[in-house]
Ligand binder design. Structure first.
Ligand SMILES: Nc1ncnc2c1ncn2[C@@H]1O[C@H](COP(=O)(O)OP(=O)(O)OP(=O)(O)O)[C@@H](O)[C@H]1O
Length: 507
């Protein structure tokens, strides 16, 4: 093998009692796309943070082109030619796209605007350089992160789950970008839970389990089942079979909803209509930035409708358009937002307190004070049932790995036993084993009569979960399509606004 670009030997890192990485060896060859595989909490992000200078190893050595390397900060890593796109974004919401880029990339604003547009077009990462970040969807924010990284011309690019919020069309485009970068001399470290993607794009893979390397392989020589087994150490759980539709009562109904958000960068919604009944799962497909976050805010109650908009949103038979989130929850509504660190959890607070945020009605308070015993018991139950890997209920939410925090939030909301559950991006960042466990749980709840609404950019996920799918495009929803009778390409056509077929639409 040619001399490695980057070489790690015996790298270890602990956080208190948690051994996030133990004696990790890794060689990244020049011009390679190298996958780092492992279940939630296996230590992938920690390892990447050490390579990028965000964290420093407790022991072990790093060599860059054969020379010893010790990085005290990301700025030093960037100066060496190492760039990283994080799983959780590091953009300032109140600044525009180009202002965020200016913080890292030197240059005049006007020139940077031009470069952002040009790079966006070249790599299928279009985003308005003058838009404010707070008005962008998760998918668009990720595009900004990737563009910002490419603008520093890295020799090693670290991508932590880059495809998790990209629609299928853009994943293929991103892969073309990555191949082009590799052919141009850049090496890429690629973290993903999507095993088919790893097989499609990576030429090497290193597998981590419990912070240790369990193998270095060529992923093209193994099928996805093999890879999953190596990662989680056992076979994948079987999908849960859905019982026939019950035709139950309407738990969510939206009728002719128009909404023009105050924010000029947000997507206006027009004539939204959907129904979710007890015992069924409705999925909303679509490319991010087509109105998903606006629709989610209106359903969750984060935004209430103006006085003149009556009879637009019904939950459990009640007009809830003017009710806030807390009142909607009182009716039996629960919600998992897509943005787990901003809306789903408070990173600086313990899991117990994060549990209380929405689960306090489950008798976790006494005389207006927190009942520690019950609150801890609730949190421990959630940790156990949803296989959340953490030292315990007093751990800070922000210290959990991304997938483990997602499992915690999904678990907390399901444990409220809602009549209507709304989940945005249910398995974003969750490893394959845990993702199939979450999906199986959602189908089981549907079988027991819960009404479930799911927003996801992953078509495969929607096809596995949903009875019906509607597609959101430019703020308008397609009619409901019966999942069993619909092919993914048909959904794809609605996603890009090229479909007008009315067949297979339910009455
Ligand atoms: N700042 C921190 N403080 C305490 N523990 C931490 C911290 N960062 C990571 N950990 C712990 O280290 C372990 C490895 O976490 P890491 O984020 O590297 O996992 P991961 O493989 O990237 O997981 P995921 O796929 O869920 O993103 C986990 O048990 C996590 O809880």
């Amino acid at each position: 093998m040619t001399a490695p670009l980057l070489s790690l030997r015996g790298i270890s890192k602990s956080y208190g009692q948690v051994h996030a990485n133990q004696a990790v060896d890794l060689d990244v060859a020049p011009q390679s796309i190298h996958a780092i595989l492992g279940e939630n909490g296996a230590g992938k992000s920690t390892l990447m943070k050490m390579i990028y200078g965000v964290e420093q190893p407790d022991s072990g050595s790093v060599a860059w082109e054969g020379e010893p390397l010790a990085l005290a900060s990301p700025a030093e890593a960037r100066a060496k030619g190492i760039g990283m796109v994080f799983q959780h974004f590091s953009l300032f919401e109140t600044l525009t796209v180009v202002e965020n880029i200016q913080l890292v990339v030197p240059g005049k604003k006007a020139d940077l605007v031009k470069r952002v547009r040009a790079l966006g077009q070249e790599f299928g990462l279009e985003v308005d350089p003058l838009a404010h970040v707070h008005a962008l969807s998760v998918g668009e924010r990720q595009r900004v992160e990737i563009i910002r990284c490419l603008m520093t011309s890295p020799r090693l690019l670290i991508l932590d789950e880059p495809t998790s919020v990209l629609p299928p069309q853009l994943v293929e485009k991103l892969f073309e970008t990555l191949r082009r970068l590799r052919d141009g001399g850049v090496s890429i470290l690629f973290i993903s839970h999507k095993l088919e993607e790893i097989r499609a794009i990576c030429d090497r893979a290193t597998i981590l389990r419990g912070g240790r390397v369990t193998g270095h392989i060529d992923p093209r020589e193994h099928d996805a089942h093999d890879l999953a087994r190596m990662m989680i150490g056992r076979d994948m759980p079987e999908p849960m079979a859905a019982v026939p539709l019950s035709g139950g009562e309407k738990r969510l109904e939206i009728i002719g909803l128009h909404h023009r958000p105050e924010d000029p960068f947000a997507v206006p919604l027009s004539d939204i209509a959907l129904t979710v009944r007890s015992g069924e799962i409705l999925g909303i497909a679509g490319i991010s930035g087509n109105g998903q976050s606006e629709l989610a805010s209106l359903i969750s109650g984060e935004i209430v409708l103006p006085r003149d908009q009556r009879d637009r949103i019904y939950m459990m038979g009640r007009d809830v358009g003017r009710l806030d989130a807390a009142h909607r929850r009182q009716l039996g509504f629960a919600f998992v937002p897509e943005d787990r660190l901003g809306r789903g959890a408070i990173p600086e607070m313990s899991l117990v307190l994060n549990g209380l945020l929405t689960a306090h009605p489950l008798n976790l308070l006494r005389h207006g004070l927190i009942d520690r015993t019950r609150a801890s018991a609730f949190t421990e139950d959630c940790i156990r049932q949803y296989d959340v890997r953490t030292p315990g209920p007093d751990a800070e939410a922000g210290a959990l790995s991304g997938g483990n925090l997602q499992k915690f939030i999904v678990g907390r909301e399901i444990m409220l036993a809602p009549k209507l559950l709304f989940v945005a991006q249910p398995t974003w960042g969750v490893d394959v084993g845990a993702a199939s466990a979450i999906r199986a749980r959602l189908v089981a709840l549907r079988n027991e009569g819960m009404a479930i609404l799911v927003i996801s950019e992953e078509l495969e996920e929607l096809f596995e979960l949903c009875d019906f799918i509607q597609v959101l495009h430019h703020g308008a929803l397609s009619p409901p399509l019966v999942t069993k009778e619909t092919r993914p390409e048909e959904i794809g056509r609605y996603m890009i606004g090229a479909q007008d077929a009315s067949k297979k639409v339910i009455a």
